[in-house]
Design a protein around this ligand. Structure first.
Ligand code: SIN
Length: 520
């Protein structure tokens, strides 16, 4: 009773701020597509700490750039260690109250987050397209995906049961209870500016944790829009904090989050190289860590597969987010018997992809996040061609600008090409030929990464064998799109630690406490 009253009091204090937030209600879409007017009610140009919209101590800001046209779409605070410490303290104080709320109260708030995200879906999607470049239809899909984590964890949070343990001694009784770990720091990527926050935040809030979010330097506006949604949903001050910073401050902000004794948990989605640094930095405080790191997904097509299904799956998996997802197919391994048919049909489908500004109707491939990303695709293409691969379609920067790259198909890619060992993170489909199942498995598993993998086969025995033998946390079988709030997003080997989404994701934010009652 007391805890629920505390929460209500906090929410009442908080709701005194509501006038500013009423602007969130859906508004008519303007015709000036891609301008800030499209999402003005959710555009914030300040960071969010302790329930207040704040600028940096020294007033420094940095620009957010639309990768499709190089236009500045916002200037936001370039925060450093001092403001990060403020956010951690705010989250720590808020945790003392938030942890006392009931699972039902937290569930109601998560449910409101879901509802508000869906009500504001188009505005949130336009923010994604403006700062990340992905086509609007895909960004709308990201909001549905992102919101689903609040809906999912609103339910899961109510079902975090402990156990009564059968006793081993007559005079004792034993139980396990689950409790929130505390302040969770979340360092999130630019490729899903919304959903990679909500997958962590939904679980954390439902479990009773508070959060300090450090969004990617390139895509902070989606994080700030989510903070505005959280405010509207009645999330009390300090429970969600967003610390923004530019590339020049990112390593000190990240390090401070990792080293702070007040932060109990670090959750990161991004490159394996950065994940290793964060793990090292977190060692001094023995933090709980969840790491969703890089992949190098094999996509195997066996002779028994339906080639049309495999081609559709390859397009969906390889070209989602313009190839910039950790679960994108990176290497297409195709068996001799269907090799020519698969390559021909894949070429036809790739030639139908439409490159352009993601705000324009009909565009399926936006720009890459920046020029450096396009450089890496270029390097992988040139390397493979220099080693004997055939360039079938694409292969160079698109005429629209430096960050645009033509959807590319390479065939006869040799096993020693860079693309076989490194994640391209771009619109390059390299096809590698194989003869036997054993050869395909050896190639597929020859990587330190272990996130997603895919294969197409209609041979039931082969399906079982291959699903069991692939050394990856996720296996798509006759399916190129596997991401779902209900499925466990898990990388093994050097692709990560821990699980996001599914019934397991909330455990990352819970400690198990064992209580032993004596003298019974
Ligand atoms: C990622 O690329 O990090 C996440 C992809 C997904 O959730 O589908």
């Amino acid at each position: 009773m007391q805890s629920s009253m505390t929460c209500v009091r906090l929410m009442k204090q908080h709701s005194s701020r509501l006038p500013a937030l009423l602007r969130l209600s859906p508004r008519p879409v303007t015709t000036q597509i891609g301008s800030r007017r499209d999402y003005a009610s959710l555009h914030r140009d300040q960071a969010y700490i302790g329930g207040a919209w704040v600028s940096g101590n020294d007033g420094n800001t940095y620009p957010v750039i639309n990768p499709a046209n190089g236009v500045e779409i916002g200037r936001i605070p370039d925060l450093g260690v001092a403001e990060t410490e403020d956010a951690i303290k705010a989250a720590y104080q808020a945790f003392q109250v938030w942890r006392e709320t009931t699972a039902k109260e937290r569930s109601d708030i998560c449910r409101k987050m879901f509802n508000l995200m869906m009500t504001n879906q188009e505005e949130l999607a336009k923010i994604i397209t403006a700062e990340n470049g992905k086509p609007l239809a895909e960004a709308m899909g990201e909001i549905t995906y992102g919101a689903s984590f609040f809906e999912w964890f609103a339910e899961e949070g109510k079902r975090c049961y402990g156990d009564i343990v059968p006793t081993m001694t007559k005079s004792k009784r034993m139980l396990h209870m689950k409790q929130p770990v505390g302040v969770a720091a979340m360092i999130t990527p630019w490729n899903f500016p919304n959903a990679m926050i909500t997958r962590k935040l939904g679980a954390a809030l439902a479990a009773g944790c508070t959060a300090v979010i450090k969004p990617a330097e390139d895509t902070p506006l989606s994080a700030l829009a989510l903070a505005a949604i959280a405010e509207e949903a009645g999330v009390p001050p300090g429970v969600v904090n967003v610390v923004t910073c530019s590339r020049s401050n990112v390593s000190q902000v990240g390090k401070h989050l990792c080293k702070s004794p007040l932060v109990a948990k670090i959750s990161f989605t991004g490159s394996t190289a950065v994940g290793k640094i964060l793990l090292e930095q977190s060692a001094s405080t023995v933090k709980r860590a969840s790491m969703e790191l890089g992949g190098n997904a094999p996509f195997i097509v066996f002779d028994s597969a339906s080639v049309d299904d495999a081609v559709a799956g390859a397009i969906a998996s390889k070209f989602r987010g313009n190839g910039q997802t950790c679960v994108c197919a990176n290497r297409l391994l195709v068996q001799d018997g269907v090799y020519d048919e698969f390559c021909g049909k894949l070429r036809d489908k790739i030639s139908q992809l439409v490159v352009g500004d993601g705000m324009q109707p009909g565009v399926t491939q936006g720009p890459l996040i920046n020029d450096r990303a396009a450089e890496k695709v270029e390097k992988h293409v040139n390397d493979a061609v220099s080693k004997g691969a055939q360039l079938i379609i694409g292969g160079k920067r698109h005429q629209l600008g430096r960050s645009f790259f033509e959807p590319t198909l390479l065939t006869d890619v040799p096993k020693d090409a860079l693309v076989c060992s490194e994640e391209t993170f771009g619109p390059l489909a390299p096809v590698i030929r194989f003869t036997t199942e054993e050869e395909a498995l050896i190639m597929a598993n020859s990587t330190d990464s272990g996130l997603a993998s895919y294969f197409y086969s209609n041979d039931i025995g082969q399906i079982w064998r291959v699903a069991e033998k692939l050394e990856f946390g996720i296996v798509g079988i006759n399916e190129g799109l596997v991401s779902s709030e209900a499925g466990a997003f898990t990388g093994i080997k050097q692709s990560g630690l821990g699980t996001e989404g599914s019934k397991y994701g909330i455990n990352e934010y819970l400690d198990i406490k064992y209580a032993c009652f004596g003298g019974i």
